[in-house]
Design a protein around this ligand. Structure first.
Ligand code: SF4
Ligand code: SF4
Length: 82
């Protein structure tokens, strides 16, 4: 429960940062070939930036706000900052 609240607050802060720095230096997260296509990251992304690709899930760099939530739920640590 507390973890959920902390994650929620983190997302809010990150969204605020994104709004103020849009077009700035924030980097998108990326998914490696280690992805086992479990879908956990897609379900948690606050901006719906993750979708299922042919052999792994993919992140849309244009909409990713670099919040890191996806990386925190990936069971095989396949997600990292670009
Ligand atoms: S870091 Fe991950 S969860 Fe956060 S916006 Fe980007 S793709 Fe979505
Ligand atoms: S949580 Fe990790 S293993 Fe699951 S779909 Fe996302 S990148 Fe792939």
């Amino acid at each position: 429960m507390i973890k959920d609240i902390i994650i929620e607050e983190l997302i809010i802060v990150k969204v605020d940062i994104y709004i103020y720095t849009k077009g700035g230096e924030l980097m998108a997260y990326v998914i490696s070939d280690e992805c086992i296509m479990c879908g956990a990251c897609e379900a948690e992304c606050p901006t719906d930036s993750i979708s299922e690709g042919d052999s792994k899930y993919e992140i849309d760099a244009e909409t990713c706000i670099d919040c890191g939530v996806c990386a925190s739920v990936c069971p095989v640590e396949a997600i990292s900052p670009e």
